[in-house]
Design a binder for this molecule. Structure first.
Ligand code: ADP
Length: 458
């Protein structure tokens, strides 16, 4: 039983055979309990009728009478007082009979051989052509008593029916077997296809073509399988995209570090030039270091490590952010306005600190000298609200849908010089989503941007 196909066929055949045996046994019991006594009664009635018809019309000879009745589908065994016997109709396959039984009939009793015929497993006895399987009645002929044993000639009465039933049974079995052979193909074929598809996926080929027309369990399995392979394909594409973006992000600072280190080796450089080159190298290595830190954060967020959920005041944290970025906004002569009321959030303080930090640093980075940044926080029944608003360069509408994508930078030339990776907002969004919150952006080029974060209560 190595394949599912063979297994289904063998099991179905076994079920069919077992059902046939059980059905036969049950009908046999039914025959023994109900039909056999009924049959006995029926034949007894017929035997008595034959006896009374003959006795009411005894000018006819008994042998001639019995021969003509035998032609109608009966067989008789006639025994006289001396034990001489004669058969009318088709002969019996066995004429074994206790002498005492014959004697009882001769004495006037009725012999109920059909009712008392022994119970045989699997053979109902209905067709047993034995003398013991008859009804015996006494019959008077010219003052002498004879014992007349009667039974229907089953071959004559039911011969065609027997063949009909046998053919019906054999054909039913044969057709069922053929239908099982064919229908099993329909069950097994899609499973085989799914197995092949699994092998392809294991070999890294996610692009599968599968016809999913069925609406049963196998159809659902195939359609879920297709969804799974599509999602694996998307994940794989994203992974490749991610790897190539990371390599690109690493490659550009490395190239510039290599170039400037080579340039520094030139002995004719002035001290000013050398110091400028060293500053660039330092900036690029800082960018690399930030990139690797942000990548680590992204991975740890992907694995959804246990967050440390605490209820605390976000307004205090925002004040810390303003302090931590002080030299950056002072350097650009930016005014910071704070509209902070105690704002309770439930969340991971270190992750949320990174979120506020990123929003504030972006606001500073993308706001021209002399601009204003407003940081607001408050809470209402929907949770905590933190708003970071700037009067900076703003973001074009076409860029807004991609703003939170990994490595997305609006102005690649500008961000090249800034300490920018394009990962900040994607990390921000992920952290906020882990807190089941939302982030919205409202921006107008040249006027400024507003980032609004909502963190619901637990
Ligand atoms: P990064 O700032 O490291 O480039 P982010 O993911 O934080 O990466 O931001 C993605 C892009 O969104 C930035 O490159 C920038 O073009 C744009 N951006 C973010 N914040 C602002 C802002 N306050 N004003 C204008 N543009 C912004």
């Amino acid at each position: 039983m190595r394949t599912l196909y063979v297994r289904i066929i063998v099991i179905t055949m076994a079920i069919m055979i077992a059902s046939a045996i059980v059905a036969f046994a049950v009908t046999n019991i039914y025959y023994q309990i109900y039909l056999k006594p009924e049959n006995d009664q029926k034949i007894t009635h017929i035997a008595k009728n034959i006896e009374s018809i003959y006795e009411g019309n005894s000018n006819q000879s008994l042998p001639a009478f019995l021969t003509s009745i035998a032609d109608l589908g009966y067989k008789f065994y006639l025994v006289n007082q001396n034990g001489d016997a004669k058969t009318f109709g088709e002969s019996f396959s066995s004429t074994k009979m206790e002498q005492s039984e014959i004697q009882e009939v001769l004495n006037g009793d009725v012999y109920h051989g059909i009712r008392n015929y022994p119970w045989k497993p699997f053979v109902t006895g209905f067709f047993d052509n034995h003398l013991e399987n008859t009804i015996g009645v006494p019959i008077e002929v010219n003052g002498a008593t004879y014992a007349l044993f009667v039974r229907p000639d089953t071959m004559q009465q039911f011969g065609e029916m027997r063949i009909f039933l046998a053919v019906l049974l054999i054909l039913t079995l044969l057709f069922s077997f053929l239908m099982v052979l064919i229908s099993t193909q329909f069950v097994v074929k899609p499973i085989k296809k799914l197995t092949e598809a699994t092998k392809k996926i294991a070999a890294g080929n996610y692009h599968l073509k599968m016809d999913v027309h069925r609406h049963d369990e196998i159809g659902r399995l195939a359609s879920d399988f297709k969804k799974m392979s599509d999602s694996l394909e998307r994940t794989e594409e994203k992974r490749q995209e991610f790897v190539s973006s990371v390599s690109h992000e690493i490659q550009s600072p490395l190239t510039s570090i290599q170039g400037f280190s080579r340039a520094i080796k030139d002995e004719n450089l002035t001290e000013k030039e050398r110091s400028h080159y060293l500053t660039i190298i330092e900036k690029e290595s800082k960018r690399l270091s930030l990139l690797s830190k942000q990548l680590l954060t992204l991975t740890s967020l992907d694995h959804e490590k246990e967050m440390e959920m605490i209820r605390y005041d976000a307004a205090e944290q925002l004040k810390e952010v303003v302090l931590a970025t002080e030299w950056q906004w002072q350097e650009k002569d930016i005014t910071i306005e704070m509209d902070l009321v105690p704002t309770t959030v439930t969340g991971d303080p270190s992750l949320l600190f990174q979120v506020w930090m990123n929003l504030a640093e972006n606001a500073i980075r993308y706001t021209e000298t002399g601009g204003t940044i407003t940081i607001r926080s408050f809470d209402d029944k929907t949770g905590a609200w933190i708003v970071v608003e700037d009067t900076g360069i703003g973001i074009a509408i076409k860029d807004l849908p991609f703003l939170f994508d990994q490595f997305y930078k609006v102005d690649k030339a500008r961000t090249r010089t800034e300490n920018s990776t394009g990962l900040g907002l994607s990390i921000t969004k992920k952290v906020i989503e882990l807190h089941r919150g939302t982030i919205m952006v409202d921006s107008e080029p040249g006027k400024g941007s507003t980032f609004t974060v909502n963190i619901p209560y637990e």
